[in-house]
Design a protein around this ligand. Structure first.
Ligand SMILES: Nc1ncnc2c1ncn2[C@@H]1O[C@H](COP(=O)(O)OP(=O)(O)OP(=O)(O)O)[C@@H](O)[C@H]1O
Ligand SMILES: [Mg+2]
Length: 492
């Protein structure tokens, strides 16, 4: 097979950051090149160079031997490169079909030919085996469904090279399977891909070669046959990651939270408790109602019924402020809308909920505040030129780390985590698991909502499995296995 894409000596810097340094890569026709690397390694920056969003400081791009001169995204699209970006932006008030064909609506007699557009969109949706409809309004879709719309959009352009930047971080396991099958099918038809993921196992399902980036440098590219997950990890972070989870011999204390008969529009009659020192997992499929339970506890949902007890005392939580006053912390799933303020600095975001702790007689103790912020940045290895950098300029995974740092600093008694490690690299995950264990040992009660089975099983003392808004099972440590959890998540 011939060479499709050649990247030669590409470099790109931002103020204070060398995001890419002399990168050389090739993608052959009908092959999948996977990109691995820690948060902030430069993966998305490289993709933005290939898609005409960033103009490189140095270097050249060749497609089918032709030198490309991408000045804006349309140039890259026209050359046959189609990208699904890590932080996607669909138009929420438009339909799925309109989003897929935005900017290139089929026309007839001077008007948009909606009938053709929706028929074409449905054909693509069917081909991809998706459950959405072309006339669905995008804002009504779940995050995993809108991710699939992005993929449908890229697919509909019939590009030579499709680039997927962490397509699997917010879709369900069965959708990941559909996606990987599709990539393998398109590969056979001669299409090429660049595939980025922190779920390294996926690379062995679709990948031909794996390129590893570290701190903006290209470390190596090897065929998948020469690698395994452990080898990639040690190339990525320069050390081995073994024994990711610590033993669960944490001392368990008194009950911190008890929830009785909680119901809202996504969950009904939820009963559970979490004691000090316990990590309690909430497993289930996406849409099972786990996030909505957490949102009710944190005061993010207007209407719900049922009782919440903190330290044995019945409490009334109407807004997040009430929950924060009871020392409840909430690491949210969606970093864009509820987690971090994009236009504020890393430091401001981290100290936001915690500001009171640094106030003395009406003055903010800047030194104490800055020390706490620096400790958070160091503990989670947040890659940023300084604490003054706006969050929007950090890599995806580093934005998520800012949210973790912000809540981990709060000295709470109940920590609710909703998909906390989404988009976070393996090394930092291990670090984060260690921090959760430390907090639990200090007596914090932890509610862990996660779709990653290994994480749930590796950390939890007990697990509640939810399905369709109900708790279907409570499993103790000895009962925890992927199979048992999967069975309860799917069985009615
Ligand atoms: N527009 C920008 N302005 C300033 N710095 C930036 C900008 N875009 C990226 N960076 C920096 O460049 C580096 C590489 O970021 P990039 O987004 O490419 O990482 P990544 O490998 O995709 O990481 P992740 O796995 O977290 O998505 C990071 O240090 C990031 O903060
Ligand atoms: Mg990225």
């Amino acid at each position: 097979m011939g060479v499709l894409l050649e990247v030669k000596h590409i470099s790109k810097s931002f103020p204070g950051v060398k995001a890419l340094v002399d990168i050389n890569l090739t993608v052959k026709e009908g092959e999948v090149l996977c990109l691995a690397g820690e948060n902030g390694a430069g993966k998305s920056t490289l993709i933005k160079v290939l898609s005409g969003i960033y103009i490189p400081d140095e270097g050249e791009i060749f497609l089918n031997g032709q030198k490309c001169n991408f000045k804006e995204p349309i140039d890259s699209l026209n050359a046959g490169i189609s990208v699904v970006h890590q932080e996607h932006k669909l138009l929420g008030n438009m339909t799925v079909g309109e989003n897929i064909y935005f900017g290139r609506f089929p026309m007839r007699g001077g008007l948009v030919d909606y009938q053709k557009m929706y028929a074409d969109a449905d054909a693509i949706i069917n081909k991809l085996g998706l459950t959405i409809k072309s006339r669905d309004i995008v804002s009504s879709l779940t995050s995993s469904q809108s991710q699939m719309v992005e993929i449908a959009k890229a697919y509909s352009r019939d590009a030579k090279l499709m680039i997927l930047d962490e397509p699997s971080s917010s879709i369900t396991d069965s959708e990941v399977e559909t996606l990987l099958d599709l990539i393998n099918k398109l590969k056979k038809q001669g299409k090429s891909f660049i595939y980025v993921s922190h779920k390294l196992k996926e690379m062995f399902v679709v990948g031909d070669e794996i390129a590893v980036l570290k701190d903006g440098h290209h470390i190596t590219t090897k065929s998948v046959d020469e690698l395994d997950v452990d080898k990639i990890v040690s190339l990525m972070i320069g050390r081995d990651v073994k024994n990711v989870f610590r033993p669960k011999d944490r001392p368990i204390g008194k009950e911190v939270i008890r929830v009785e008969h909680l119901s809202n529009d996504h969950a009904s009659d939820i009963n559970f408790y979490i004691r000090a020192g316990e990590i309690v997992g909430f497993a289930g499929l996406v849409g099972a109602g786990r996030s909505e339970v957490a949102e009710s506890i944190f005061g993010c949902r207007k209407t719900f019924s049922g009782d919440i007890y903190i330290n044995g005392e019945k409490i009334d939580i109407r807004k997040p402020k009430d929950a924060i006053a009871k020392k409840i912390a909430f690491v949210t799933e969606d970093r864009k809308t509820t987690g971090a303020i994009q236009v504020k600095s890393v430091g401001e975001n981290i100290s936001l909920v915690n500001l009171k702790a640094y106030c003395h007689y009406g003055f903010i103790d800047k030194k104490a505040e800055n020390e706490a912020i620096m400790a958070g940045i160091e503990r989670l290895h947040i890659k940023t030129p300084s604490m003054n950098q706006e969050v929007q300029f950090l890599s995806g995974g580093n934005q998520q780390k800012v949210i973790l740092a912000k809540w981990l600093l709060t000295n709470s008694q109940l920590l609710i985590c909703d998909e906390p490690t989404k988009g976070i690299d393996v090394g930092t995950k291990q670090e984060f698991y260690g921090i959760l264990d430390d907090l639990a040992r200090e007596g914090v009660a932890i509610m862990l909502i996660s779709s990653e089975m290994t994480e749930i099983i590796g950390l939890s003392n007990r697990v509640y499995v939810m399905r369709n808004g109900h708790i279907k099972a409570e499993l103790d440590e000895s009962q925890l296995s992927e199979q048992t959890i999967a069975e309860y998540s799917m069985k009615d």
